[in-house]
Write a protein that binds this ligand. Structure first.
Ligand code: HEM
Ligand SMILES: *[C@@H]1O[C@H](CO)[C@@H](O)[C@H](O)[C@H]1NC(C)=O
Ligand SMILES: *[C@@H]1O[C@H](CO)[C@@H](O)[C@H](O)[C@H]1NC(C)=O
Ligand SMILES: CC(=O)N[C@H]1CO[C@H](CO)[C@@H](O)[C@@H]1O
Length: 330
Protein backbone atom coordinates (compact mmCIF):
# COMPACT_ATOMS: atom_id res chain seq x y z
CA UNK A 1 0.00 0.00 0.00
CA UNK A 2 2.63 2.47 1.14
CA UNK A 3 4.89 1.26 -1.64
CA UNK A 4 2.34 1.64 -4.36
CA UNK A 5 1.56 5.14 -3.12
CA UNK A 6 5.24 6.00 -3.35
CA UNK A 7 5.37 4.54 -6.85
CA UNK A 8 2.36 6.45 -7.99
CA UNK A 9 3.61 9.68 -6.50
CA UNK A 10 6.99 9.31 -8.18
CA UNK A 11 5.12 8.52 -11.38
CA UNK A 12 3.18 11.73 -10.88
CA UNK A 13 6.42 13.59 -10.29
CA UNK A 14 7.93 12.15 -13.46
CA UNK A 15 4.86 13.11 -15.45
CA UNK A 16 4.92 16.59 -13.94
CA UNK A 17 8.59 16.99 -14.84
CA UNK A 18 7.96 15.75 -18.37
CA UNK A 19 5.05 18.17 -18.66
CA UNK A 20 7.16 21.06 -17.34
CA UNK A 21 9.88 20.31 -19.88
CA UNK A 22 7.24 20.33 -22.56
CA UNK A 23 5.71 23.57 -21.32
CA UNK A 24 9.17 25.10 -21.07
CA UNK A 25 9.86 24.28 -24.70
CA UNK A 26 6.53 25.43 -26.06
CA UNK A 27 6.52 28.71 -24.14
CA UNK A 28 10.17 29.43 -24.77
CA UNK A 29 13.20 29.91 -22.61
CA UNK A 30 12.97 33.55 -21.69
CA UNK A 31 14.09 34.35 -18.18
CA UNK A 32 15.46 37.19 -16.08
CA UNK A 33 19.24 37.22 -16.38
CA UNK A 34 19.46 35.02 -19.50
CA UNK A 35 22.82 36.63 -20.44
CA UNK A 36 24.49 36.16 -17.04
CA UNK A 37 27.88 34.57 -17.73
CA UNK A 38 27.25 34.45 -21.50
CA UNK A 39 29.37 37.47 -22.53
CA UNK A 40 32.80 36.78 -21.04
CA UNK A 41 33.36 39.04 -18.07
CA UNK A 42 30.95 41.64 -19.40
CA UNK A 43 27.61 42.42 -17.82
CA UNK A 44 25.28 42.78 -20.81
CA UNK A 45 22.58 44.74 -18.99
CA UNK A 46 25.15 47.10 -17.45
CA UNK A 47 26.71 47.86 -20.85
CA UNK A 48 23.29 48.78 -22.22
CA UNK A 49 22.52 50.80 -19.08
CA UNK A 50 25.63 52.95 -19.52
CA UNK A 51 24.97 53.67 -23.20
CA UNK A 52 21.31 54.53 -22.68
CA UNK A 53 22.20 56.74 -19.72
CA UNK A 54 24.66 58.77 -21.79
CA UNK A 55 22.08 59.27 -24.53
CA UNK A 56 19.30 60.03 -22.05
CA UNK A 57 21.36 62.71 -20.34
CA UNK A 58 21.72 64.49 -23.68
CA UNK A 59 18.08 63.98 -24.67
CA UNK A 60 15.35 63.06 -22.21
CA UNK A 61 13.03 62.24 -25.09
CA UNK A 62 15.02 59.05 -25.54
CA UNK A 63 12.45 57.35 -23.28
CA UNK A 64 9.63 58.18 -25.70
CA UNK A 65 11.63 56.94 -28.66
CA UNK A 66 12.34 53.60 -26.99
CA UNK A 67 8.85 53.00 -25.57
CA UNK A 68 7.29 53.56 -28.96
CA UNK A 69 9.94 51.43 -30.65
CA UNK A 70 9.22 48.50 -28.33
CA UNK A 71 5.44 48.86 -28.74
CA UNK A 72 5.64 48.94 -32.53
CA UNK A 73 8.10 46.07 -32.63
CA UNK A 74 6.08 43.80 -30.34
CA UNK A 75 2.72 44.45 -32.05
CA UNK A 76 3.95 43.43 -35.48
CA UNK A 77 5.17 39.80 -35.64
CA UNK A 78 5.98 39.87 -31.93
CA UNK A 79 9.04 41.22 -30.12
CA UNK A 80 11.53 40.04 -32.73
CA UNK A 81 13.28 43.30 -33.71
CA UNK A 82 11.60 43.14 -37.12
CA UNK A 83 11.10 46.91 -36.88
CA UNK A 84 14.87 47.42 -37.03
CA UNK A 85 15.41 45.79 -40.44
CA UNK A 86 16.31 48.14 -43.27
CA UNK A 87 14.87 47.60 -46.73
CA UNK A 88 12.53 49.11 -49.28
CA UNK A 89 9.27 47.78 -47.80
CA UNK A 90 10.13 46.72 -44.27
CA UNK A 91 8.06 47.68 -41.21
CA UNK A 92 9.98 50.88 -40.57
CA UNK A 93 8.93 52.26 -43.95
CA UNK A 94 5.23 52.01 -43.07
CA UNK A 95 3.19 55.14 -42.34
CA UNK A 96 2.64 54.47 -38.61
CA UNK A 97 6.41 54.15 -38.17
CA UNK A 98 7.26 57.41 -39.88
CA UNK A 99 8.27 59.11 -36.63
CA UNK A 100 9.68 56.11 -34.76
CA UNK A 101 13.19 56.91 -33.53
CA UNK A 102 15.93 55.26 -31.53
CA UNK A 103 17.51 53.15 -34.24
CA UNK A 104 21.03 54.55 -33.82
CA UNK A 105 20.93 54.05 -30.06
CA UNK A 106 20.15 50.36 -30.61
CA UNK A 107 23.00 50.21 -33.16
CA UNK A 108 25.39 51.66 -30.57
CA UNK A 109 24.39 49.05 -27.98
CA UNK A 110 24.68 46.27 -30.53
CA UNK A 111 28.12 47.43 -31.70
CA UNK A 112 29.45 47.54 -28.16
CA UNK A 113 28.10 44.06 -27.37
CA UNK A 114 29.34 42.52 -30.65
CA UNK A 115 32.86 43.71 -29.82
CA UNK A 116 32.70 41.91 -26.47
CA UNK A 117 30.77 38.77 -27.40
CA UNK A 118 29.86 38.41 -31.07
CA UNK A 119 26.57 36.78 -31.97
CA UNK A 120 25.31 36.43 -28.40
CA UNK A 121 22.86 39.23 -27.58
CA UNK A 122 19.76 39.56 -29.75
CA UNK A 123 18.50 42.90 -31.03
CA UNK A 124 15.04 42.07 -29.65
CA UNK A 125 16.51 41.78 -26.15
CA UNK A 126 18.48 45.01 -26.58
CA UNK A 127 15.19 46.83 -27.26
CA UNK A 128 13.60 45.42 -24.09
CA UNK A 129 16.63 46.13 -21.86
CA UNK A 130 17.26 49.63 -23.25
CA UNK A 131 13.60 50.60 -22.91
CA UNK A 132 13.57 49.47 -19.26
CA UNK A 133 16.67 51.57 -18.56
CA UNK A 134 15.09 54.67 -20.09
CA UNK A 135 11.83 54.18 -18.17
CA UNK A 136 13.85 54.01 -14.94
CA UNK A 137 15.92 57.09 -15.80
CA UNK A 138 12.71 59.00 -16.59
CA UNK A 139 11.25 58.35 -13.15
CA UNK A 140 9.55 54.97 -13.59
CA UNK A 141 10.15 52.08 -11.22
CA UNK A 142 12.85 49.58 -12.12
CA UNK A 143 11.49 46.27 -13.43
CA UNK A 144 13.31 43.06 -14.28
CA UNK A 145 13.17 42.22 -17.97
CA UNK A 146 13.02 38.69 -19.24
CA UNK A 147 15.57 37.93 -21.94
CA UNK A 148 16.36 35.11 -24.33
CA UNK A 149 14.47 36.43 -27.36
CA UNK A 150 15.81 35.68 -30.85
CA UNK A 151 15.61 38.01 -33.84
CA UNK A 152 13.18 37.52 -36.69
CA UNK A 153 14.10 37.40 -40.36
CA UNK A 154 10.93 38.86 -41.89
CA UNK A 155 9.70 42.47 -41.86
CA UNK A 156 6.80 43.76 -43.95
CA UNK A 157 5.39 47.28 -44.14
CA UNK A 158 1.92 45.88 -44.88
CA UNK A 159 1.89 44.11 -41.52
CA UNK A 160 2.77 47.30 -39.66
CA UNK A 161 -0.08 49.08 -41.42
CA UNK A 162 -2.62 46.43 -40.49
CA UNK A 163 -1.53 45.65 -36.90
CA UNK A 164 -0.93 49.06 -35.37
CA UNK A 165 -3.87 51.03 -33.98
CA UNK A 166 -4.43 54.65 -35.03
CA UNK A 167 -5.55 57.76 -33.14
CA UNK A 168 -9.22 57.22 -33.99
CA UNK A 169 -9.33 53.47 -33.35
CA UNK A 170 -12.35 52.89 -31.08
CA UNK A 171 -11.53 51.85 -27.51
CA UNK A 172 -13.27 48.48 -27.79
CA UNK A 173 -11.30 47.65 -30.93
CA UNK A 174 -8.01 48.61 -29.26
CA UNK A 175 -8.95 46.48 -26.23
CA UNK A 176 -9.49 43.51 -28.58
CA UNK A 177 -6.21 44.16 -30.36
CA UNK A 178 -4.37 44.06 -27.03
CA UNK A 179 -6.36 41.03 -25.86
CA UNK A 180 -5.25 39.13 -28.96
CA UNK A 181 -1.70 39.64 -27.66
CA UNK A 182 -2.52 38.34 -24.19
CA UNK A 183 -2.74 41.84 -22.76
CA UNK A 184 -5.69 42.66 -20.48
CA UNK A 185 -7.75 45.83 -20.56
CA UNK A 186 -5.75 47.09 -17.59
CA UNK A 187 -2.49 46.31 -19.43
CA UNK A 188 -3.81 48.32 -22.37
CA UNK A 189 -4.59 51.33 -20.18
CA UNK A 190 -1.23 51.03 -18.38
CA UNK A 191 0.73 50.79 -21.62
CA UNK A 192 -1.12 53.54 -23.49
CA UNK A 193 -0.79 55.88 -20.51
CA UNK A 194 2.79 54.88 -19.77
CA UNK A 195 3.81 55.55 -23.37
CA UNK A 196 1.81 58.71 -23.79
CA UNK A 197 2.91 60.18 -20.45
CA UNK A 198 6.24 60.96 -22.13
CA UNK A 199 5.41 61.17 -25.83
CA UNK A 200 5.05 64.04 -28.27
CA UNK A 201 2.39 64.08 -30.97
CA UNK A 202 2.40 65.74 -34.39
CA UNK A 203 -0.55 68.05 -35.10
CA UNK A 204 -1.71 65.92 -38.02
CA UNK A 205 -2.80 63.12 -35.67
CA UNK A 206 -5.40 65.26 -33.84
CA UNK A 207 -6.08 68.30 -36.07
CA UNK A 208 -9.63 67.09 -36.76
CA UNK A 209 -10.44 67.37 -33.04
CA UNK A 210 -9.44 71.04 -33.02
CA UNK A 211 -11.38 72.26 -36.05
CA UNK A 212 -13.65 69.71 -37.65
CA UNK A 213 -14.45 66.83 -35.36
CA UNK A 214 -16.28 64.09 -37.28
CA UNK A 215 -17.09 66.63 -40.00
CA UNK A 216 -19.14 68.83 -37.67
CA UNK A 217 -17.11 71.95 -38.48
CA UNK A 218 -16.47 72.27 -34.71
CA UNK A 219 -13.98 71.11 -32.14
CA UNK A 220 -14.42 67.87 -30.21
CA UNK A 221 -16.81 68.91 -27.41
CA UNK A 222 -15.03 66.65 -24.92
CA UNK A 223 -11.84 68.72 -25.10
CA UNK A 224 -11.03 71.09 -22.24
CA UNK A 225 -11.46 74.64 -23.59
CA UNK A 226 -8.15 75.98 -22.32
CA UNK A 227 -6.38 72.96 -23.82
CA UNK A 228 -8.26 73.57 -27.07
CA UNK A 229 -7.05 77.14 -27.40
CA UNK A 230 -3.50 76.19 -26.49
CA UNK A 231 -3.43 73.34 -29.03
CA UNK A 232 -4.93 75.61 -31.70
CA UNK A 233 -2.08 78.08 -31.19
CA UNK A 234 0.52 75.34 -31.76
CA UNK A 235 -1.46 73.69 -34.54
CA UNK A 236 -3.12 76.12 -36.97
CA UNK A 237 -5.61 74.68 -39.49
CA UNK A 238 -2.96 74.05 -42.08
CA UNK A 239 0.73 73.73 -42.56
CA UNK A 240 2.00 72.88 -39.09
CA UNK A 241 4.38 70.06 -38.43
CA UNK A 242 4.76 70.92 -34.74
CA UNK A 243 4.44 68.54 -31.81
CA UNK A 244 2.69 68.83 -28.46
CA UNK A 245 3.05 66.80 -25.29
CA UNK A 246 0.64 63.87 -25.08
CA UNK A 247 0.66 64.41 -21.31
CA UNK A 248 -0.82 67.88 -20.80
CA UNK A 249 -0.25 67.88 -17.04
CA UNK A 250 2.12 70.82 -16.54
CA UNK A 251 5.67 69.77 -15.75
CA UNK A 252 4.95 66.05 -16.20
CA UNK A 253 5.50 65.48 -19.91
CA UNK A 254 8.99 63.98 -19.70
CA UNK A 255 8.35 61.84 -16.63
CA UNK A 256 7.04 58.30 -16.46
CA UNK A 257 4.26 58.96 -13.95
CA UNK A 258 0.47 59.00 -13.80
CA UNK A 259 0.17 62.59 -15.08
CA UNK A 260 -1.40 61.40 -18.32
CA UNK A 261 -4.41 59.94 -16.49
CA UNK A 262 -4.89 63.13 -14.49
CA UNK A 263 -4.77 65.15 -17.72
CA UNK A 264 -7.35 63.08 -19.56
CA UNK A 265 -9.66 63.17 -16.52
CA UNK A 266 -9.68 66.96 -17.03
CA UNK A 267 -10.46 66.72 -20.76
CA UNK A 268 -6.87 67.33 -21.80
CA UNK A 269 -6.34 64.22 -23.89
CA UNK A 270 -4.75 65.09 -27.22
CA UNK A 271 -5.44 62.01 -29.35
CA UNK A 272 -9.05 60.94 -29.67
CA UNK A 273 -8.35 57.51 -28.19
CA UNK A 274 -6.42 59.07 -25.29
CA UNK A 275 -9.47 61.12 -24.33
CA UNK A 276 -11.92 58.28 -24.91
CA UNK A 277 -10.33 55.84 -22.49
CA UNK A 278 -11.37 58.23 -19.70
CA UNK A 279 -15.08 57.89 -20.58
CA UNK A 280 -15.46 54.47 -22.20
CA UNK A 281 -17.20 52.02 -19.83
CA UNK A 282 -14.50 49.43 -20.56
CA UNK A 283 -11.67 51.63 -19.27
CA UNK A 284 -12.96 54.63 -17.28
CA UNK A 285 -12.79 52.99 -13.82
CA UNK A 286 -9.21 51.91 -14.49
CA UNK A 287 -8.30 55.44 -15.57
CA UNK A 288 -9.85 56.92 -12.41
CA UNK A 289 -7.91 54.50 -10.22
CA UNK A 290 -4.60 55.08 -12.02
CA UNK A 291 -5.09 58.85 -11.78
CA UNK A 292 -5.61 58.77 -8.02
CA UNK A 293 -3.47 55.92 -6.61
CA UNK A 294 0.09 54.54 -6.87
CA UNK A 295 -1.10 51.67 -9.05
CA UNK A 296 0.50 53.05 -12.20
CA UNK A 297 3.95 53.24 -10.58
CA UNK A 298 3.58 49.73 -9.20
CA UNK A 299 2.10 48.05 -12.27
CA UNK A 300 3.59 49.67 -15.36
CA UNK A 301 6.72 47.50 -15.20
CA UNK A 302 4.78 44.24 -15.21
CA UNK A 303 2.68 45.47 -18.14
CA UNK A 304 5.94 46.17 -20.02
CA UNK A 305 7.15 42.65 -19.18
CA UNK A 306 3.92 41.25 -20.65
CA UNK A 307 4.32 43.44 -23.74
CA UNK A 308 7.81 41.96 -24.03
CA UNK A 309 6.40 38.41 -24.17
CA UNK A 310 4.21 38.97 -27.21
CA UNK A 311 5.02 36.55 -30.02
CA UNK A 312 8.65 36.03 -29.02
CA UNK A 313 11.01 33.69 -30.82
CA UNK A 314 13.18 31.62 -28.49
CA UNK A 315 15.49 28.60 -28.43
CA UNK A 316 16.41 27.63 -31.98
CA UNK A 317 13.84 29.88 -33.62
CA UNK A 318 15.03 32.96 -35.49
CA UNK A 319 18.66 34.07 -35.15
CA UNK A 320 20.91 36.50 -33.32
CA UNK A 321 21.61 39.17 -35.89
CA UNK A 322 25.15 40.49 -36.37
CA UNK A 323 23.74 43.87 -37.33
CA UNK A 324 20.31 44.90 -36.08
CA UNK A 325 19.54 46.38 -39.50
CA UNK A 326 20.04 43.23 -41.58
CA UNK A 327 19.30 39.51 -41.50
CA UNK A 328 22.51 37.43 -41.27
CA UNK A 329 23.72 36.24 -44.64
CA UNK A 330 23.82 32.44 -44.31
C1 HEM B 1 -4.23 52.25 -29.10
C2 HEM B 1 -2.98 52.40 -28.87
C3 HEM B 1 -2.12 53.51 -29.38
C4 HEM B 1 -2.33 54.44 -30.37
C5 HEM B 1 -3.55 54.59 -31.25
C6 HEM B 1 -1.15 55.26 -30.45
C7 HEM B 1 -0.98 56.30 -31.34
C8 HEM B 1 0.08 57.17 -31.35
C9 HEM B 1 0.24 58.26 -32.26
C10 HEM B 1 -0.71 58.63 -33.38
C11 HEM B 1 1.38 58.90 -31.92
C12 HEM B 1 1.96 60.15 -32.58
C13 HEM B 1 3.13 59.88 -33.46
C14 HEM B 1 3.68 61.17 -34.00
O1 HEM B 1 3.15 62.24 -33.74
O2 HEM B 1 4.67 61.12 -34.72
C15 HEM B 1 1.94 58.21 -30.79
C16 HEM B 1 3.10 58.56 -30.15
C17 HEM B 1 3.67 57.83 -29.14
N1 HEM B 1 3.23 56.62 -28.65
FE1 HEM B 1 1.47 55.77 -29.02
N2 HEM B 1 -0.27 54.86 -29.50
C18 HEM B 1 -0.80 53.79 -28.83
C19 HEM B 1 -0.23 53.05 -27.82
C20 HEM B 1 1.05 53.26 -27.37
C21 HEM B 1 1.75 52.37 -26.46
C22 HEM B 1 1.17 51.06 -25.90
C23 HEM B 1 2.97 52.91 -26.25
C24 HEM B 1 4.12 52.40 -25.42
C25 HEM B 1 4.05 51.58 -24.42
C26 HEM B 1 3.02 54.15 -27.01
C27 HEM B 1 4.07 55.02 -27.00
C28 HEM B 1 4.11 56.20 -27.70
C29 HEM B 1 5.15 57.18 -27.52
C30 HEM B 1 6.28 57.11 -26.52
C31 HEM B 1 4.87 58.21 -28.44
C32 HEM B 1 5.68 59.48 -28.66
C33 HEM B 1 6.84 59.21 -29.54
C34 HEM B 1 7.82 60.35 -29.53
O3 HEM B 1 7.63 61.33 -28.81
O4 HEM B 1 8.80 60.21 -30.26
N3 HEM B 1 1.86 54.31 -27.68
N4 HEM B 1 1.14 57.14 -30.47
C1 LIG C 1 -9.71 72.66 -17.99
O1 LIG C 1 -8.38 72.98 -17.67
C2 LIG C 1 -8.25 74.04 -16.75
C3 LIG C 1 -6.77 74.42 -16.69
O2 LIG C 1 -5.98 73.34 -16.28
C4 LIG C 1 -8.84 73.61 -15.43
O3 LIG C 1 -8.72 74.65 -14.49
C5 LIG C 1 -10.30 73.22 -15.62
O4 LIG C 1 -10.85 72.71 -14.43
C6 LIG C 1 -10.47 72.19 -16.73
N1 LIG C 1 -11.87 72.05 -17.07
C7 LIG C 1 -12.54 70.90 -16.93
C8 LIG C 1 -13.95 70.91 -17.40
O5 LIG C 1 -12.05 69.86 -16.49
C1 LIG D 1 -0.68 34.06 -25.65
O1 LIG D 1 -0.51 33.06 -24.67
C2 LIG D 1 -0.61 31.74 -25.17
C3 LIG D 1 -0.57 30.80 -23.99
O2 LIG D 1 0.45 31.14 -23.11
C4 LIG D 1 0.50 31.50 -26.18
O3 LIG D 1 0.39 30.22 -26.73
C5 LIG D 1 0.38 32.53 -27.30
O4 LIG D 1 1.46 32.39 -28.21
C6 LIG D 1 0.38 33.94 -26.74
N1 LIG D 1 0.13 34.91 -27.81
C7 LIG D 1 1.00 35.85 -28.15
C8 LIG D 1 0.61 36.72 -29.30
O5 LIG D 1 2.06 36.02 -27.60
C1 LIG E 1 12.59 55.31 -41.26
C2 LIG E 1 11.58 55.23 -42.35
O1 LIG E 1 11.72 54.47 -43.28
N1 LIG E 1 10.54 56.05 -42.21
C3 LIG E 1 9.42 56.06 -43.15
C4 LIG E 1 8.14 55.74 -42.41
O2 LIG E 1 7.02 55.90 -43.23
C5 LIG E 1 6.88 57.17 -43.85
C6 LIG E 1 5.58 57.17 -44.62
O3 LIG E 1 5.44 56.05 -45.45
C7 LIG E 1 8.09 57.46 -44.72
O4 LIG E 1 7.98 58.76 -45.31
C8 LIG E 1 9.35 57.41 -43.86
O5 LIG E 1 10.49 57.61 -44.62
Amino acid sequence: MARSRATSSSMALAIALLFMTFVDQSYGQMKVGFYNGKCGNSDVEQIIFDIVKTTFQRDRKTVAALLRLQFHDCFVRGCDASILLDGSSTEKTAGPNGSVRGYTLIDTCKGSLERRCPGVVSCADIIAIATRVSVFLAGGKWYNVETGRRDGTISRASEANSNLPGPTTPVNVAVQLFASRNLTTEDFVLLLGGGHTVGFLHCSFFLDRLYNFRNTGRADPTMNLSTLSSLRRTCPRTGSNSVVAADQTTGSSLTVDNGFYKAIKGGKGVLQIDQQISSDPLTRNIVTRLASTNDFANKFGSAMVKLGRVGVLTGKQGQVRKSCRAVNSS
